[in-house]
Design a protein around this ligand. Structure first.
Ligand code: NAI
Length: 513
């Protein structure tokens, strides 16, 4: 089934945050739109909010006054659900409550034509369950927009067990025609984005809980070296801890308390205490004080490096060595055949890319020749050639001199350094590995395709790259090793490698061939 023609009427039920935005998207594409809200005055409020938003675009010269007026004229407020009869597609964006949604769709079945598509913008309720009391649930589909709907490109098109393929295809094509980037997904808890994004928050919360680093340093490392637009703490503060915690808890419960999705006590304490983030004036950061948010804790200037010995191969961090050579540092590369370990040595300090475990644990297993040698692990970066911040974690035996030697190497190539406590998998390595693993598992469980999981994370939450593109670039074997080592260190089932990742490694294949 192809996209709906722009002459077809679209109905939107619920004119709150999402409904008003969805009405704008459909009207912008040229459809006549009917907007209904059960609460007196709410539809007008939604209409006014949309008009005000468009006024700002007119003022900025992004759209003309005429375009704005034409768009708003296409959105008609209606007073009764029965007024939605002419609609070819109804998008429901009302309160997130199963019984209320079921009742609205049951009424729509009698109001609208037999071939009207019924779509729900639910973010957490099973589409199959919403359709249980419908006479024809094959025309019920999920159309999950992201906030703000006019801006965010992603639409997750969700099929319940009884949704017809033609209906899902039509909603997909229609979303495309509306300028969106749709993906297909099966109705499973969290669909794609709300599931695959969980580790972005969860790993950061654990690093904080275990004293690995402060919020501002974690946020800075994730942004400046991980390539994400926002850090997990500033993003949770923006979303609101009540909302973010509720999504985590709902996904965790829906997966029968799988430890992969375990909510965090650190976040619950904030929810219980009303420290909900920006909206309450305080979350992880304090917004009540009239000053900038705190910055990362950056290490003092270390020793300028003398000779740098590189043994073996740095894997995903190879560009770091190129950068040292380009900076004119005295780099001696040992023949790979002579290498025992993949490491960079400066003075008495050995630097290795984090394999996912503790620096102290790894150091104890290494054949050091002298007594005063120590191990420092550095974090994964998605762009070693350009990043200007790196996180390091030192073994418990490392002293100020070792830290200074380690910092000096990175500073000599223009990087700031954040020194973490000995936290397994540091910040980016564990976060990215867990996101990649969740993306692989989502594909493994047939929720969506490789292409769609990448598209969804880039367009739903603005990830710099799709997780499975990362897997290919960083190497599935490195991702898998980080998770296995995290699992060994923590002894928790939370860190278990997806069978699909294992298959790729064994077959020496990539997600994108
Ligand atoms: P909201 O609270 O801003 O708006 C909901 C609107 O629905 C209200 O104006 C309310 O009066 C109206 N309403 C409630 N029951 C109704 C009924 N029986 N008939 C007609 N209108 C009714 O809520 P929001 O945030 O727009 O969420 C709506 C839906 O979209 C929910 O299912 C939510 O899970 C989903 N969603 C929300 C996102 C968000 O970031 N807020 C993102 C993606 C999906």
């Amino acid at each position: 089934m192809s996209a709906l023609s722009t002459s077809e009427t679209i109905a939107v039920i619920g004119a709150g945050t999402m409904g008003a935005g969805i009405a704008q998207v459909a009207a912008n594409a040229g459809h006549p739109v009917l907007l209904f809200d059960a609460q007196d005055g709410a539809a007008q409020k939604g209409w006014d909010a949309t008009a005000k938003g468009l006024d700002r675009l007119v003022a900025k010269g992004k759209i003309s006054q005429q375009d704005k007026d034409d768009l708003m004229a296409r959105i008609q407020i209606v007073k009764d659900l029965s007024d939605l009869a002419p609609a070819k597609l109804v998008v429901e964006a009302i309160v997130e409550n199963l019984e209320i949604k079921q009742s609205v769709f049951a009424q729509l079945e009698d109001i609208c034509a037999a071939d009207t598509i019924l779509a729900s913008n639910t973010s957490s309720i099973s589409l199959t369950q919403i359709g249980t009391n419908l006479k024809d649930s094959s025309r019920l589909v999920g159309m999950h927009f992201f906030n703000p709907a006019p801006v965010m490109k992603l639409v997750e098109v969700i099929s319940g067990l009884t949704t017809s393929n033609e209906v899902a295809r039509c909603v997909y094509e229609t979303s495309l025609a509306w300028g969106k980037k749709p993906v297909h997904a099966k109705s499973t808890p969290g669909f794609i984005v709300n599931r695959v994004a969980r580790p972005f928050y969860a790993e950061a919360l654990r690093i904080l809980e275990e004293g690995g680093a402060d919020c501002a340093s974690i946020d800075a490392v994730i942004k400046r070296s991980g390539g994400f637009k926002m850090g997990p703490f500033e993003l949770m503060d923006l979303i609101g801890h009540d909302v973010n915690y509720a999504v985590t808890t709902s996904v965790w419960s829906a997966f029968y308390h799988d430890p992969r999705f375990l909510p965090s006590l650190v976040q619950k304490e904030r929810v219980d205490g009303g420290l909900l983030g920006r909206k309450s004036g305080r979350g992880f950061y304090d917004y009540s004080i009239d000053s900038d948010l705190p910055g990362p804790t950056i290490a003092a200037q270390g020793f300028p490096p003398a000779k740098i010995i590189v043994e073996g191969h740095m894997g995903p961090a190879e560009a770091l060595v190129d950068r040292m050579i380009d900076a004119g540092l005295d780099v001696v590369r040992l023949d790979e055949d002579d290498s025992v370990l993949d490491r960079i040595t400066v003075g008495h300090t050995h630097l290795m890319l984090t394999p996912g475990g503790l620096a102290s644990e790894l150091e104890a297993s290494l054949p050091f020749e002298e007594e005063n040698e120590a191990l420092v692990l550095f974090d994964l970066s998605i762009d070693y050639a350009n990043t200007n911040l790196i996180a390091i974690a030192t073994s418990d035996t490392a002293d100020e001199e070792h830290i200074s030697e380690a910092c000096g190497v990175f500073q000599a190539i223009g990087m700031d350094v954040c020194v973490l406590d000995d936290i397994p998998g540091l910040i980016n390595a564990r976060t990215i590995a867990m996101i990649v693993n969740e993306a692989a598992d989502t594909v493994n469980k047939q929720v969506c395709t490789v292409k769609d999981v990448d598209l969804a994370m880039q367009n739903g939450v603005n990830y710099p790259k799709g997780p499975l593109t990362w897997a290919d670039e960083i190497g599935p074997d490195y991702i898998s090793a980080v998770i296995e080592n995290l699992g060994r260190t923590y002894g928790e089932d939370r860190y278990r490698v997806s069978p699909l990742l294992r298959r790729k490694i064994s077959a020496r294949m990539y997600f994108h061939e």
